[in-house]
Ligand binder design. Structure first.
Ligand SMILES: *Cc1c(COP(=O)(O)O)cnc(C)c1O
Length: 450
């Protein structure tokens, strides 16, 4: 493998040209999945003893592999949680890769960690966390929830020296993301369901009653959700915080999707109480215009997380001697990509005002889209819109019709929108994060549902 020659130069240009062209496609083709046998027939074997060469591998990607992936940043991608990374964040991601940064320790990457910490600080300030709060960017909300809950259990055990052998409990509502149940399985703890209101929001009274029933049990955390992924509904954070605080239980707030709206003054009041979180998750790769993968995990008291997550080994102990801030110490990981840097770069370049405005524009768009649904005789809102999620009923349709429409409209390149269920009913779910989505885009989808 050569380090540099003319061929390498051509390849570098081709890759950068492709990357820039892809970012600037407006819109990119929606594309869609292919069957494995079809890809095998078309692409064949790509790993060979001699190598196929960089330009050929790039051609295979651009001609065959990329079109077999859905463009999450397409303005009519409304499924799950879309993404809409800024051009500057994506370009800087190339720089992060080019720089071979080891983002785990201050010793190896002080400059990168300094910048990541400023981006984390912006999020901590939006939430109103104290000045000494801090954390780390991890791969996703799933990894962040696990790491936050591990820290919560560790802190509980430190306060209950006799309790180390007891199976821990976590209290959460139906609003909690599936990754909380997964974290509980990994940790081998039980999740106790707390009652939710008719919109699916966890209430302070519900948590209070649940904690009262569990008096004396090893409850290591209460999980509140600030923006349920299925509905956008924000739990009663202040009420839940009161209930948790009254019994000295760690409050973990999962705002992986919704936390971006902390930057929008119009939505900020929904989050009252979030400043009392002991741990908080916000995914910049969802609604904060960062490329995958990037999730912020913040702790009110980072020392507690450090106690839970620091790895000790003869060859690592040199990292601990100066009390440096090592991102590795705040989650379940060691080696890590400095994945907060693309987010930091874009935030630094554009300023926080652009973020506020972009998120406000998505919220305003959601209101406009909801009015379109209400005005359409064939559609109705199944739930009042919360944050940037709409649950829509197509009058007269059963589950199969929703699924057929979803598949057809992806195949036609119109939209990627998938059905969900809410209270046992199949519905369409639209999630908006892309400021480039226009009302015309949504109108096309509304029309196709006739
Ligand atoms: C998306 C989401 C998660 C999981 O995040 P990943 O980044 O996909 O791992 C967790 N909680 C909530 C509320 C989410 O919306």
């Amino acid at each position: 493998m050569h380090r540099f020659d003319e061929e390498a130069d051509d390849l570098a240009r081709a890759i950068v040209d492709y990357a820039v062209a892809r970012i600037r496609m407006d819109p990119p083709p929606l594309d869609g999945p292919r069957r494995e046998p079809d890809l095998r027939a078309e692409v064949g074997e790509t790993i060979t003893f001699d190598g196929i060469g960089g330009l050929e591998a790039l051609r295979v990607f651009t001609d065959h592999l990329a079109p077999a992936t859905i463009s999450v940043d397409h303005p009519r991608f409304f499924a799950f949680v879309p993404a809409a990374p800024t051009e500057s964040a994506i370009l800087f991601d190339l720089v992060v890769g080019a720089s071979s940064l080891f983002g785990g320790t201050w010793l190896e990457a002080a400059g990168a960690v300094y910048a990541e910490n400023q981006a984390l600080r912006w999020l901590a300030d939006l939430a109103g966390l104290p000045a000494d709060a801090g954390g780390v960017f991890v791969s996703g909300g799933t990894a962040a929830n696990l790491s936050g809950l591990v820290a919560a259990r560790h802190a509980w055990r430190a306060r209950h020296p006799g309790g180390a052998r007891r199976r821990a409990l976590v209290v959460a509502g139906a609003s909690a993301h599936s990754s909380v149940a997964l974290a509980a399985r990994v940790m081998d703890v039980d999740v106790v369901d707390a009652p939710c209101d008719e919109r699916g929001a966890l209430s302070g009274d519900g948590v209070d009653a649940t904690l009262a029933e569990l008096d004396g049990e090893p409850v290591v955390a209460v999980v509140a959700t600030a923006g349920a992924t299925n509905t956008g509904v924000v739990d009663d954070l202040a009420g839940v915080a009161d209930a948790a605080e009254a019994r000295g239980v760690w409050l973990h707030v999962d705002a992986a999707y919704g936390g971006a709206a902390l930057a929008a003054p119009s939505a900020r009041p929904l989050f009252a109480g979030i400043e009392r979180a002991d741990s908080l998750v916000i995914d910049p790769h969802k609604w904060l215009f960062a490329p995958y993968d990037c999730a912020a995990l913040l702790y009110r008291d980072p020392q507690q997380a450090r106690a839970a997550h620091t790895q000790h080994a003869d060859y690592l102990d040199v990292l601990q001697k100066d009390g440096d801030w090592n991102p590795s110490d705040y989650a379940y990981h060691l080696t890590r990509r400095a994945r907060g840097l693309p987010f930091w770069f874009s935030l630094a370049a554009h300023g926080t005002r652009s973020y506020r405005d972009a998120i406000e524009s998505v919220l305003a768009f959601t209101g406009d889209a909801a009015r379109l649904v209400e005005a359409a005789p064939h559609l109705e809102l199944a739930l009042q819109p919360a944050l940037s999620v709409l649950l829509v009923r197509r009058r007269g349709w059963a589950a199969a019709a929703y699924h057929a429409w979803s598949e057809r409209s992806l195949a036609e390149g119109l939209t990627f929108t998938v059905p969900t269920s809410w209270r046992g009913e199949t519905l369409l779910r639209f999630c908006f994060v892309n400021p480039r989505t226009t009302l015309r885009d949504f109108e096309l989808v509304v029309d196709s549902l006739r």
